[in-house]
Design a protein around this ligand. Structure first.
Ligand SMILES: C[S@@+](CC[C@H](N)C(=O)[O-])C[C@H]1O[C@@H](n2cnc3c(N)ncnc32)[C@H](O)[C@@H]1O
Length: 188
């Protein structure tokens, strides 16, 4: 039996997730990529907004035991006739980028979710390395990039993603969806 029993959409509120899902459906396409996907919940919740058959690329370090895992989400999406792929490694390593590019096989990314390294330099590096793979009009999503005065509990977590979101949004259509730590959407 193919089930999916423990989706964990880490650090999210349902209202935030529903808004992001709607934006992904609106943008459409057949290629989803997520950097930092170990829990599998966002990979499933966002990847499944694209049609059956879509390529769903997960980039994360080799799996550790977590509450809910991307391996479970990958198995579930494969059973639902998606094309899930995992690249395991440091997203900042040239070899990881090479593997991701090989998996894409020349197809541009329609929707990129950046939720890996949250340090200021680290999240910016993910933008610099992977956002160029997103098609014009595609969607780049940041997590944990909300306003600190709305969520004062995690100022250090929010700093890096917020700064990267702010920089990438310059001159582009963007939207902050925040009930908890927030999602930042930028249409490329
Ligand atoms: C906040 S969690 C992501 C939550 C995820 N979107 C989910 O709901 O499953 C951050 C993830 O980024 C990964 N990560 C952090 N730095 C990374 C790096 N340099 N390369 C690859 N993955 C990284 C961690 O392993 C962790 O899985």
């Amino acid at each position: 039996m193919n089930g999916y029993t423990s989706p964990n959409i880490f650090g999210s509120r349902p209202w935030e997730v529903v808004q992001v899902q709607q934006a992904i459906r609106d943008v459409g396409g057949t290629v989803y990529a997520e950097i930092g996907s170990t829990y599998g919940g966002s990979y499933w919740a966002f990847g499944s907004c694209l049609p059956v058959g879509s390529l769903l690329l997960s980039v994360d370090r080799p799996l550790v035991d977590t509450e809910g895992s991307v391996a479970e989400a990958v198995a579930y999406m494969r059973a639902r006739h998606y094309d899930p792929r995992m690249v395991q490694g440091d997203s900042h390593a040239a070899t990881t980028l090479e593997q991701a590019v090989a998996v894409l096989g020349g197809r541009p990314i329609d929707v990129l979710f950046i939720d890996g390294d949250h340090g200021e330099a680290g999240v910016q590096q993910d933008v610099d390395m992977y956002a160029s793979l997103v098609r014009d009009g595609g969607l780049v999503i940041f997590h944990d990039c909300g306003m600190v005065d709305q969520q004062p509990s995690f100022p250090d977590v929010l700093r890096g993603p917020r700064e990267a979101f702010r920089k990438f949004a310059v001159g582009r259509l963007s939207l902050l969806i925040q009930q908890w730590v927030g999602y930042g959407l930028v249409w490329k």
